[in-house]
Design a protein around this ligand. Structure first.
Ligand SMILES: [Fe+2]
Length: 248
C-alpha cells in the first residue's frame, strides 16, 4: 500500500504498532513508511495554509516544550503522535533528549542532525558531558531516529539558509513533563518544561537558591502533595541544593 498523505501514514503505522513488533522491526518498517510520506510534501501544503489562514487550527495547537513543534496527529490510544518541526536557518537549536522513541524524516529542504552520547557517570542531575558521535545531512525522504532518555541525544539544524521542515513520529513517553537541554560548553543538563508550567518550575528552582525556612516550607508543602513526579523531583533537587548551601 502506498503512502501519499498523513491519513494513510497514520492508518498503516497504527496497524504496524498493533502487531506489537519488536524495536528493530518497528524501526525498519516505520522508517520505510515515514520515508514514503516525506519524499513529497504535497500533503503538507494544507497544514501550512491552515497555520497561516485558519485561526481555530492555530489556536488548537498545544503549547509544547518546543515552540517550533506543530502537532499533526495524536493516536486516540496515545500509542504515537506525529508532529512537524520547522527549523529556521541561523538559529541555534539546543542539544536535547526525548521522553520517547522517535522516527524522524526530512520533508522540506535539508536538515543536519548531530547525534551525541553521554560520557559522564550521570550521578549529578545538573551535570552532563556529551560527545558528538554522528553528523548527517537529511534530504527529503531521508529518515533517522532517536531512543528515549540519554540514548537519543541529538541536535537539528536547517541548512543552506532555507527554512526546513521535518516530520517526527513519537511513541508514548516513558518520561513525562520535561526534556533536557545539554550545554557542551558548560557541561550542564537543564530540565526544560512546557510553557504552561515553566514559571512554576522556575519558582521551585529559585526557592532552592534562597536560604530561609519559608522557602523550605513552600517546597515541603509541594513534596507532601499529589503533584506529578517531575514536580516533586524538582522540589527535592531544590531542597538538596538548600541543604548544600547550609553546609557551607
Ligand atoms: Fe529531537
Amino acid at each position: 500500500m502506498t503512502i501519499n498523505n498523513l491519513d494513510q501514514f497514520c492508518q498503516q503505522f497504527k496497524a504496524l504498532l498493533d502487531q506489537k513488533p519488536d524495536w528493530p522491526e518497528l524501526l525498519a518498517k516505520g522508517r520505510a513508511m515515514l520515508s514514503e510520506l516525506v519524499i513529497n510534501h504535497d500533503w503538507f501544503k494544507d497544514t501550512l495554509s491552515r497555520l497561516v489562514l485558519d485561526q481555530v487550527f492555530l489556536k488548537n495547537q498545544w503549547q509544547s516544550i518546543d515552540p517550533n513543534d506543530i502537532q499533526l496527529y495524536y493516536c486516540p490510544d496515545k500509542a504515537f503522535s506525529v508532529r512537524a518541526y520547522i527549523w529556521e536557518p541561523d538559529i541555534y537549536y539546543p542539544i536535547h533528549d526525548h521522553g520517547a522513541w522517535g522516527i524522524v524524516g526530512a520533508l522540506i529542504n535539508q536538515v543536519r542532525e548531530r547525534k551525541f552520547a553521554r560520557v559522564d557517570d550521570m550521578s549529578d542531575v545538573n551535570h552532563a558531558v556529551v560527545k558528538q558521535i554522528a553528523d548527517a545531512t537529511l534530504s527529503p525522504g531521508d529518515t533517522t531516529y532517536v531512543l528515549p532518555l540519554h540514548e537519543g541525544i541529538h541536535q537539528m539544524q536547517a541548512l543552506n539558509n532555507k527554512v526546513a521542515v521535518s516530520i517526527h513520529v513519537y511513541g508514548a513517553p516513558i518520561r513525562k513533563g520535561f526534556i533536557h537541554y545539554y550545554d557542551p560548553h558548560f557541561n550542564t543538563a537543564i530540565r526544560v518544561y512546557r510553557p504552561a508550567i515553566n514559571k512554576k518550575m522556575l519558582a521551585i528552582k529559585t526557592l532552592g537558591s534562597i536560604s530561609g525556612d519559608w522557602a523550605k516550607e513552600v517546597l515541603l508543602t509541594v513534596l507532601n502533595s499529589a503533584e506529578p513526579d517531575y514536580v516533586l523531583n524538582e522540589c527535592q533537587y531544590s531542597l538538596d541544593k538548600m541543604d548544600k548551601m547550609g553546609d557551607k
